[in-house]
Design a protein around this ligand. Structure first.
Ligand code: NCD
Ligand code: ZN
Length: 335
């Protein structure tokens, strides 16, 4: 059995910088036609100069492939209309992080009241720049995303022209919120379609599955699966592949982030096949994103075959999901 995916897109990807960028970027550019690149570097990407330099480093690291990095700025509420107007040529979106909520988000927003965000949101609405949001409060870890729901509602109601992407949703509650507001969209990761909190901490603690937002309950995973498998038109694949060196993950105070870039398409094919929904994979990994972002992707065909693939234990010191395990789909050809 085999399928062909046209121009797969990863709508939420961490490529990091320097050596790590060189290691991980080719693993995405090989099989994806493009990706939304997260701006949470140290320091975060907040100027056009830094963004263009980072883009250039990404292009150098992916030069063997046809791959388009879709750049994002790290949200600041002092971005002016004119700044965003200039930035628009180079960016696909702006990413808002609540301050301190996840890896390298310290410079994020500490107050979600609309008052302080209004000018920037209005400018983005007018310029047609999507707002991507890491939607968690600093409440109890299992409740953070649901608690953030009222913030999403405020944003969606008050800025009806702003496209708001709820990044890496993990709850049934978020899945339901999606259909309540026309301007809400969502990305879903690979790992949140596969795992629950039980897989992370129910037996031996598995640090390579630890991420923000933390994986939730079976009913939450089922709600995400329903959206992805039916290729709900407001939902896109965003891996949130977030590499950390193995010593930062297998350590006390382990870093949050699951590394899935090199196995994402194979594992998605395996999942969609298991549920008899392979025909919907194209919409989930590309078509929906092209409509939502109004983006014409670079042409790339990825041929996936039902043939065993033993996932490497490590990619140059970064441990992927399913490390050392055999999965039932592999990439046969990219053209
Ligand atoms: C991401 C990272 O490591 O940059 N970590 C994660 O657990 N997902 C940040 C993020 O997207 O929250
Ligand atoms: Zn992320």
């Amino acid at each position: 059995m085999q399928i062909v995916l046209n121009s797969p897109l990863d709508m939420h990807l961490h490529l990091r910088d320097a050596d790590m960028l060189k290691r991980v970027a080719p693993l995405s550019s090989f099989s994806f036609s493009g990706a939304i690149i997260m701006p949470n570097l140290v320091p975060p990407i907040t100027t056009i100069e830094a963004l263009l330099e980072y883009r250039q480093r990404i292009l150098s690291s992916t030069c063997r492939d046809n791959f388009k990095p879709l750049m994002t700025l790290f949200f600041k509420n002092d971005y002016s209309y004119n700044f965003l107007k200039d930035a628009k040529k180079y960016i696909a979106a702006v990413k808002l992080y609540p301050s301190g909520i996840t890896t390298n988000s310290e410079g994020g927003v500490s107050n979600m009241d609309i008052g302080g965000l209004r000018d920037t949101f209005e400018a983005m609405s007018e310029l047609g720049i999507p707002l991507l949001v890491h939607g968690e409060t600093n409440g109890f870890v299992m409740d953070r995303e649901e608690e953030f729901g009222s913030v999403y509602e405020q944003f969606a109601k008050n800025f009806p022209k702003l496209k708001i992407v709820m990044e890496h949703i993990t709850t049934k509650h978020s899945a339901e919120l999606l259909d309540r507001y026309e301007n809400l969209y969502a990305t879903i990761t690979l790992h949140h379609l596969y795992i629950t909190l039980d897989d992370v901490a129910g037996g031996m603690l598995l640090p390579h599955l630890f991420c923000k937002p933390i994986a939730k309950r079976p009913e939450d995973r089922d709600a995400l699966l329903k959206l992805a498998l039916s290729a709900h038109p407001k939902v896109m694949f965003g891996s949130d592949s977030a590499p950390h060196p193995v010593d930062k993950t297998e350590s006390c105070g382990c870093a949050a982030g699951v590394f899935t870039a090199p196995i994402a398409l194979q594992a998605l094919a395996m999942l969609f096949e298991k549920h008899g929904k392979l025909k919907n994979l194209q919409a989930f990994v590309s078509d929906n994103a092209t409509y939502i972002y109004e983006y014409e992707p670079i042409k790339k065909e990825v041929v996936l075959a039902k043939a065993p693939f033993v996932v490497p234990k490590s990619y140059e010191g970064v441990v992927p999901m399913f490390a050392g395990e055999e999965i039932s789909w592999s990439i046969k050809n990219v053209r």
